[in-house]
Write a protein that binds this ligand. Sequence first.
Ligand code: SAM
Length: 234
Amino acid sequence: MALYDTIGQTYRATRRPDPRIGAAIHAALGNVSSVLNVGAGAGSYEPPQTVLAVEPSAVMIAQRPAGAAPVVQAVAEHLPLPDKSVDAAMGVLTVHHWQDVPAGLAELRRVARRRIVLLTSRADVVAKFWLLADYLPIAAPLDPALDTPIDLLTSLLPGAEVTTLPVPRDCTDGFGAAYWSRPEAYLDPVVRAGISIFARSDPAILAEASTGSVTRSNQANGTGSTATFASSRR
Ligand SMILES: C[S@@+](CC[C@H](N)C(=O)[O-])C[C@H]1O[C@@H](n2cnc3c(N)ncnc32)[C@H](O)[C@@H]1O
């Protein structure tokens, strides 16, 4: 069973696409006429030029809105497309979940004629993020984002440009670092269900680690979090 069949049940409740992140993704894609969305989930950030979505989780596929692009249940490591069959391949907040990142990126390079756009979190920033570093170090080893540094992605995407995108203070897409200035949100079970680091962790251990302690905000020192693009011209 795909991981997101278990942890993706209520994904759309808190994972609403953020318009500023969406604009940055679409700008990075540029003037392309066909897009493959890999690890597409419920379809967040999918541009109108999307010709196919690839997603392993049936639970996530079931949350795609009516009228979304056609979807096939598959993984990045084995894309069911011919060579050079789309202008661009994109993957949003997915690459760190892949079983075999080099194999998945080789597949994106195989099928994309012009461009690959990935949005992911920066492992070095995630490692220092106050929620993980100060309150939940016990959960940190479960966070696959820490094993997928940008350097690994750029080494597999020759010529890739990396752009750092700050996570907005009021980010509407409730991923792990989205609530960096709204710490109380991390105590909300609905918010937690939409964040893989919580959804994968033993609730008893998390309760012990975080009860009553996630009360501070980083607004004072302005330390937020960032997401990063690796976009590669083909
Ligand atoms: C955090 S969600 C992101 C979904 C969507 N891209 C978004 O921005 O909302 C991560 C997605 O990656 C998918 N995924 C996990 N392993 C994958 C793999 N090997 N190949 C493709 N997608 C994968 C999950 O099923 C899940 O839907």
